[in-house]
Write a protein that binds this ligand. Structure first.
Ligand code: ADP
Ligand code: MG
Length: 476
């Protein structure tokens, strides 16, 4: 019997949990060493007493629990604040079991307390850190949205402002595709898929896209997405959106001013081109007076030509809508060749178009592509001081790009000059702006393409304009 008591006593004091045994009135019958440690009372101080272990504001809860205990129910792993002798408190996970006599009546309770202060502290720290992280994200000056499965979970203040919302709630739960052009859905989806397939921290380069504000208006933006963490197995993606409105505006101003200067430089040739047929028209009209009407057909042709050149001139000079449409490259090239014919005549240059293959459709802003072609062709013409031939040909690369190649027989560009091309204000011409190639590059890159120049001095230059073809756009 003494051995059994000894063993029970050892058991009580070996466990790392505090144990207290009380009768139905709450008077302490026994406590173990850990209980003394946790609460700061000695065994002698507490035996026979009802201990003030429950903080004032939890008293009501405690009373409710006491009721279920009296009814014979056990309370398991209940997290509660417990008081020490000095009045301070600690977090404990508490299990209280009623003890019954042989008749099934509750005669007392055994309480086991596990100190979880450390765990609680870690939890609180985590919560605090999360709060700080949220705050950091919320107040980040870059517009940022978090989304999962294509649905927005959170939009920070800068993002709300950019899209014209008052708070994150206006975005929460909405599909990210509501904020893009419907045409872009495949592209965006494919990019997100790529980001999520990459390891954590995989991110996509910035791409330029039109985006839609809450009020339905569109603006130019660039977006990059990063796979940041998993939430219950689902990848959460963070997208950073930058407003390009201002940048686009100034870029467009440069593109436009270069265009006007280009047109201005061509005006002399065009005037010449109109004057010649006008002179012959004058002559024919004169002859018509003698009733020889066969000349009328020729007159009509000449008039058509004037009409064409003047129309093309007017279309180019007018500011146009700047949006992407599917366009036939061949038609763009042909129209530019027609337009530049007078200029080519002045330089005694012929333009040959090789079109022995089917030329794909590209997705572009036709006016801008025309502008690129005009500048590249005009440069080519002007490089041939003693005349020659310009060859325009097409080929496809990697089945994804169309390459338009413009080859001249001009003076060429030296290697050191070649590295300067594309920088603004580099020109060798008296009336040149030195902005042409820079603008061309910018336009082609804005279309997801590339402009490259190969040249040999005194042999000629080849400019290659690479543009994505329509079928490949969705696979980028
Ligand atoms: P600009 O035509 O107003 O001078 P660009 O940017 O179009 O401006 O061209 C810059 C310079 O690059 C030209 O002045 C010329 O010296 C050189 N260049 C461009 N294209 C050719 C070419 N096909 N052959 C020789 N030189 C060229
Ligand atoms: Mg030029």
């Amino acid at each position: 019997m003494r051995l059994k008591e000894y063993l029970i006593d050892s058991l009580m004091n070996l466990t790392s949990d505090g144990i207290v045994i009380v009768d139905v009135n709450g008077s302490v019958l026994e406590v173990n060493k850990k209980f003394e440690e946790l609460h700061g009372w000695t065994r002698e101080e507490v035996i026979g007493k009802v201990l003030p272990m429950v903080p004032e504001h939890y008293k009501a809860d405690a009373l409710r629990l006491y009721q279920s205990l009296i009814n014979g129910e056990q309370i398991k792993n209940f997290e509660a604040l417990k008081l020490r002798k000095d009045g301070s408190a600690f977090y404990a996970s508490v299990t209280v079991s009623p003890v019954k006599n042989t008749e099934g009546l509750v005669i007392g309770f055994v309480g086991v307390e596990r100190d979880i202060s450390e765990k609680k502290k870690a939890e609180e720290e985590l919560l605090e850190r999360e709060k700080q992280f949220r705050k950091l994200l919320k107040l980040n000056p870059e517009p940022i949205a978090l989304h999962m499965d294509g649905f927005i979970q959170f939009a920070n203040d800068a993002c709300c402002k950019l899209f014209g919302g008052a708070s994150s709630d206006e975005f929460k739960g909405r599909s990210i595709y509501d904020f893009f052009c419907p045409n872009d859905k495949h592209l965006i989806k494919a990019r997100l898929q790529q980001v999520m397939q990459a390891d954590l921290d995989g991110y996509s380069e910035f791409i330029e896209r039109k985006m839609r504000k809450l009020d339905g208006t569109f603006f130019d933006a660039e977006i990059s997405s990063t796979y940041v963490y998993k939430n219950m197995g689902n990848p959460v993606v963070q997208s950073v959106i930058r407003d390009l409105t201002e940048r686009k505006k100034s870029e467009e101003a440069i593109i436009r001013s270069e265009k006007l200067s280009l047109i201005g430089q061509l005006a002399a040739g065009i005037a010449h081109d109109i004057r010649n047929p006008l002179t012959s028209l004058k002559g024919f009209v004169h002859l018509l007076k003698s009733k020889n009407t066969d000349y009328v057909d020729v007159m009509m042709e000449e008039l058509e030509h004037i009409n064409y050149v003047v129309n093309e001139f007017m279309t180019l000079a007018k500011p146009h809508l700047n949006y992407f449409i599917e366009s036939k490259v061949l038609e763009l090239v042909q129209s530019v060749i027609g337009f530049l014919k007078p200029h080519a005549h002045l330089y005694n240059v012929q333009i040959q178009l090789e079109m022995d293959q089917e030329i794909p459709i590209i997705y572009c802003i036709p006016d801008q592509i025309k502008q690129v072609l005009i500048n590249v062709l005009k440069n080519a013409i002007e490089s041939m001081v003693s005349g020659g031939v310009i060859q325009i040909s097409f080929r496809s690369s990697l089945n994804q790009f169309l390459v338009i190649s413009v080859k001249d027989q001009g003076i060429g560009i030296s290697e050191e000059r070649l590295t300067q091309l594309g920088e603004p204000f580099f020109t060798t011409k008296a009336n040149g702006t030195g902005l042409g190639l820079m603008v061309c590059k910018r336009i082609v890159e804005g279309h997801g393409g590339k402009l490259s120049i190969l040249s040999k001095i005194n042999q000629g230059t080849t400019v290659e304009i690479e543009l994505p073809i329509v079928n490949s756009i969705y696979q980028i």
